[in-house]
Design a protein around this ligand. Structure first.
Ligand code: SF4
Ligand code: SF4
Length: 456
């Protein structure tokens, strides 16, 4: 028996099912076809060094190889589904760093989403750790009006000093977990936000000069509510470079967060809605400035592969999806750039780098700005701990990664850290605020808008 089996895995089996100490129920949660996918893993271990969850515990069961092995044992009925076992699946960030380095092409991202959806149906979804977050993810975050109302409420509570008071109480007396969670959600929200965007009330933004492309633009939930400035900069840059930008009113959440936590049917419902809304617009591309949304929309064809009405339409939709930096690189982006005197580094969003394979385009755009000093960020390929709602569900694990990231940013000596995903931007801004780092966090669209002198 290989060392891996003998030491770590066996330990996990005994801890999570073999001794039945916390056994929930036997769990065969995959079909035969899905089980086949697990067999692609040859247990080489190349993925271990790239896994941020494994880096924290050094427990094989928290590694991609370990989880795949546990899944296989679970499917084959050799172990039971236990709370201990569930936790090993829960703490996976679904960052897909393992998938990007796997020489056997194991579809880890697909498998972890599949498992989460099955567990959710069985009542063991990852959101069971927090009823509050479950409610927010299901009923608030994907709906821009409700999300906006929720954030306005939190801002009002903050303004009248209740957040400060609650934080002081939390430091001094035993506080309920639910209230701590509220404080944590509040802490992640930006301190100031732009309320109106120049495109409000208009669904088509004309290009500057000759029209090169007609593109649809996904507003996104977090971007539209929390960082409107990023959407505004994205639309202005696209129009500046010759795109006619269409922002259809009926669009909805991309479904990424729902899929991420196992709300599979919700995610598919959002996907169908977006397909219906965008497909009639005669577009050359569908653009998003959020890596998580882009990765999800590129996978609609996979999500809806068994849907008779939508499978073909989903395929067409997915083939049009472009990340903002991916599309800008196809346009004459360097012609009108003005110099910016700053030292800039770039942090790769997991769902851009690992899920979409986009690494060079953002670097190319930054480096093209005259006078900018671009420095590579050590460990830029390791998750910042944001990972959708991971930071809210597992704050200790998330903070461990965030601190590590901030240390690398500090070492880079950069004045500005650029990212290409709203979730990462919020997480980095939160970190910079908490640790008092003198660094500005920007989305790549904001940096480009600054260089084109079209920002606010
Ligand atoms: S790199 Fe791929 S094949 Fe190797 S252990 Fe990891 S998942 Fe399995
Ligand atoms: S998705 Fe990320 S956290 Fe999960 S196993 Fe792969 S590398 Fe580790």
């Amino acid at each position: 028996m290989p060392l891996f089996d003998a030491l770590s895995f066996r330990k996990t089996v005994y801890a999570s099912g073999g001794c039945h100490s916390d056994a929930l129920r036997p769990g065969i949660i995959l079909s035969e076809d899905e089980h086949e996918l697990l067999l692609d893993c040859v247990r080489c271990g190349f993925c271990l060094a790239s896994c941020p969850a494994f880096a924290q515990t050094l427990d094989e069961a928290d590694s991609p190889r370990g989880r795949l092995h546990l899944l296989r044992a679970l499917f084959e009925g050799r172990i039971n589904l236990t709370e201990t076992l569930l936790k090993h699946f829960d703490v996976c960030l679904a960052c897909r760093a393992c998938q990007a380095v796997c020489p056997s092409g194991v579809r880890y991202g697909f498998l972890i989403e599949l498992v989460r959806a099955r567990l959710e149906r069985m009542g063991y979804g990852v959101t069971r750790h927090s009823p509050l977050l479950r409610m927010l993810i299901k009923w608030v975050f994907p709906y821009r009006r409700r999300f906006n109302a929720f954030v306005s409420f939190v801002e009002m509570v903050r303004k009248i000093g209740l957040v400060k008071l609650a934080s002081q109480l939390a430091d001094n007396i035993a506080f309920t977990d639910r209230l701590r969670k509220w404080l944590q959600v509040e802490g992640m929200l930006p301190r100031e936000r732009q309320r109106n965007a120049f495109y409000d009330g208009r669904s088509v933004i004309p290009p500057k000069g000759k029209r090169r492309m007609r593109v649809g633009f996904l507003l996104g939930c977090a971007s539209d509510v929390l960082l409107k400035s990023v959407n505004e900069a994205s639309v202005k840059v696209l129009a500046h470079l010759g795109c006619e930008v269409v922002i259809p009113n009926g669009q909805t959440c991309c479904g990424a967060i729902a899929m991420h936590v196992g709300f599979e049917e919700d995610a598919k419902r959002f996907a169908r809605r977006n397909i219906e809304v965008f497909e009639k617009l005669g577009l050359d591309a569908i653009v998003t400035n959020a890596a998580g949304c882009g990765a999800a929309m590129k996978e609609y064809s996979q999500w809806l592969r068994d849907d008779e009405l939508f499978s073909e339409r989903a395929f067409k939709f997915s083939s049009l999806v472009r990340d903002f930096s991916e599309l800008v690189c196809e346009l004459p982006f360097s012609e009108t750039m003005k110099p910016l005197l700053m030292r800039v580094t770039y942090d790769d969003p997991c769902h851009l780098l690992h899920a979409q394979g986009i690494r060079e385009q953002p670097r190319k755009l930054i480096a093209a700005i005259p006078s900018i000093e671009f420095v590579e960020l050590e460990e830029s390929d390791i998750c910042c701990g944001g990972a959708g709602i991971y930071g809210l569900l597992f704050s200790e694990n998330s903070m461990w990664l965030l601190e590590r990231k901030l240390e690398r940013i500090r070492e880079s000596g950069a004045d500005v850290v650029v990212t290409a995903n709203i979730g990462c931007q919020l997480q980095l801004q939160y970190g910079v605020r908490c640790y008092g780092l003198n660094v500005k966090v920007m989305h790549i669209a904001e940096l480009l808008a600054l260089s084109y002198e079209i920002g606010r």
